[in-house]
Design a protein around this ligand. Structure first.
Ligand SMILES: [Zn+2]
Ligand SMILES: [Zn+2]
Length: 80
């Protein structure tokens, strides 16, 4: 089993770092190679990349929206 951690670099997680061989969101066992990531808002553990998106949208909608509004007014680059 190889779990590729998406952020900030793609790096294989050790079993210890992964802490689990199944996704915390959908409870499916990880396959041979999976893209996984963790939640920015809680310590739930590693989830499939797509599951993390769902999880964040479901559980942390308010936090996400305040985070988005925090960055909304900022230009991407200083010179814009
Ligand atoms: Zn999942
Ligand atoms: Zn979370």
């Amino acid at each position: 089993m190889t779990l590729l951690f998406r952020d900030p670099w793609i790096k294989p997680l050790s079993d210890f770092e992964a802490g689990s061989d199944s996704c915390k969101h959908c409870n499916a066992k990880f396959g041979d190679v999976e893209f996984v990531t963790s939640c920015d808002f809680c310590e739930i553990g590693v989830m499939h990349d797509r599951c993390a998106n769902e999880h964040i949208l479901k559980k942390h909608r308010t936090a996400l929206e305040s985070k988005m509004s925090l960055h909304k007014d900022k230009p991407l680059h200083d010179y814009q």
